[in-house]
Design a binder for this molecule. Structure first.
Ligand SMILES: Cc1ncc(COP(=O)(O)O)c(C=O)c1O
Length: 340
């Protein structure tokens, strides 16, 4: 039997032989003691790529995201973010548990916040209500189906943040996808954040790794919080060599994942029991009008296609480095047949 087409997430990719070689040959040092040369190189490269003064390497996107909030938002303050945000739903309650930050959730169509929506959630100065301490935007937005916040809208949110002297954090776990979809350099999006998180373990094939970028001063504070969270790593060059490899070899092809998502969605257009929207990037949401998600997932797995549930009637399929456009089209055909 052939291996299943695994569309559960863009985190399932495995390091390529070239990436493994780069990891094996990495020059390393003790990054907590006095710096790992490969990690320093990655941090400098990422800072430049994202248009910020400095960057810090983290073991996960969650730790980098949370540190981004931890360096900017105070205890008892509110963070304004979209209602489906990863920071709120999928980080184990860390905003409250770690920082005492109160999420102020704002539902937005397609997960795309506007300055007007954010402005409506800002608190007036008052002895009765919490102070607004920051704004967060997720670009692309995972739970909304890989949707993209355009640069102009992000600029308006940044201008609003500046008017109110608020930090803006960008959860850019898939910022690479957003940049490719918009046809802009990553910095065109990332530089608009006070802090920005990017991931290497999604879509780029790395086994682990994220970076947080921002001002030199904030990234100094981020290193302290990272250590406190147990994220100080020693010979991290073995990991960051993979990230440097990915920036050079995998990032240039990331738009292929969007073409694959389109091919998958096209195979399901006009399906009697599946509603699919044209994907903006590499995430395809499938709304089932006849099947329960769990049942559909079992049947699709038997037919050789792996996806995950997103609600009792919604499936998520994600294209990535290890799935070709042809395989994605073929997965779409399998889904169409299986759920017919
Ligand atoms: C939008 C978004 N932010 C943050 C994360 C967290 O990344 P990690 O799984 O590396 O902690 C994810 C992971 O899927 C994500 O999709």
């Amino acid at each position: 039997m052939t291996a299943p087409i695994d569309l559960r997430s863009d985190t399932v990719t495995r390091p390529s032989p070239g990436m493994r070689r780069a990891m094996a040959e990495a020059e390393v040092g003790d990054d907590v003691l006095d710096g790992d040369p490969t990690t320093r190189r990655l941090e400098a490269r990422v800072a430049e790529l994202l248009g910020h003064e400095a960057a810090v390497f983290f073991p996960s996107g969650t730790q980098a995201n949370q540190t981004g909030i931890g360096v900017s938002v105070g205890r008892g303050e509110e963070l304004v973010l979209e209602a489906g945000a990863h920071l709120f739903h999928y980080e184990m309650g860390a905003l409250g548990a770690l920082w005492g930050v109160q999420p102020r959730l704002v539902p937005a169509p397609d997960g795309i916040l506007t300055a007007a929506l954010v402005e409506g959630a800002l608190r007036p100065a008052s002895p009765h209500v919490p102070r607004t301490g920051g704004i967060a935007v997720e670009n692309t937005h995972n739970a909304a189906g890989g949707t993209v916040t355009p640069v102009a809208m992000l600029r308006e949110i940044r201008a609003l943040a500046d008017r109110h002297d608020l930090p803006l954090h960008i959860d850019g776990a898939r910022l690479w996808n957003a940049a490719a979809a918009l046809g802009v350099a990553p910095a065109a999006i990332a530089a608009l954040g006070t802090t920005v998180m990017v991931s290497f373990s999604k879509g780029l094939g790395c086994p682990v790794g994220s970076c947080l970028a921002g001002s030199r001063e904030r990234m100094g504070a981020a290193r302290v919080l990272r250590k406190r969270l147990g994220g100080g790593m020693r010979q991290s060059g073995v990991l960051t060599a993979a990230c440097l490899y990915a920036l050079e070899h995998e990032l240039p092809r990331i738009a292929d994942d969007h073409a694959a998502a389109q091919a998958l969605a096209a195979a399901l257009a006009d399906h009697p029991h599946v509603r699919v929207q044209s994907p903006a990037t590499n995430i395809v949401m499938l709304d089932l009008t006849r099947h329960a998600a769990e049942d559909a997932i079992r049947r699709l797995a038997d037919a050789g296609v792996l996806v995950v549930p997103f609600s009792p009637t919604r499936l998520r399929a994600v294209t990535h480095l290890d799935v070709t456009v042809e395989q994605a089209a073929s997965a779409g055909a399998v889904i169409a047949r299986t759920l017919a």
